[in-house]
Design a protein around this ligand. Sequence first.
Ligand code: FNR
Length: 196
Amino acid sequence: MTETYHHEPPYRIGVIVGSIAASSINRRLARALMALAPESLECSFIEIDRLPLYDRERDDAFPEEATALKEAIEGSDGLIIVTPEYNRSIPGTLKNAIDWASRPGGSNSLTRVPVGVVGTSPSAIGTAVGQQHLKSILSYCNAPLMNEIEAFIQYPDGLVDDDDRITVESTREFLADWMRAYDGFVRRVLTVVPQD
Ligand code: FNR
């Protein structure tokens, strides 16, 4: 049987990092993930560090940074969000970006966009609780979520080297599997969910 996809690969995947710290371990992990992407995924960062705080009174006159965020998401076939866990939830910077992207009412840029969530923490929790919060938010925003494989990554010192390579083989293989699973997930969503 011939499979037909709404979009043929390569798929344009926007990668959002929930931390804006220059030394972010989540950004390091995101770069390593991007290096593991199969050829069918063209990954590029979508930055959220210049967004003002969301203000609903600006819904009629969006700031240009927020318009750029919405356009970048709408120009993507899928999103990968790589985020730290802050106080058992997500960083305010990431929630702020989601709030902008979801507005104004009737113009939610996240709707039907297939999302994969990953995160890393120095602790054994590996961002599991923060990811559950994020999935709850994204679910409300009508974004199809990849539920399997989950990726709660504990970050020992040096996990990602300066060449964006994961130094622990088992973690590297796991994350390569995760990227392949995400690729399959994007294909399935784009096949069954009308994007227009
Ligand atoms: C943290 N950290 C943290 N870690 C964790 O596993 N669960 C948590 O709930 C929190 N909470 C938390 C709150 C705040 C305000 C900070 C600054 C930090 C530690 C966190 O995992 C660690 O700082 C990571 O290095 C943050 O990720 P980036 O910024 O390096 O990507």
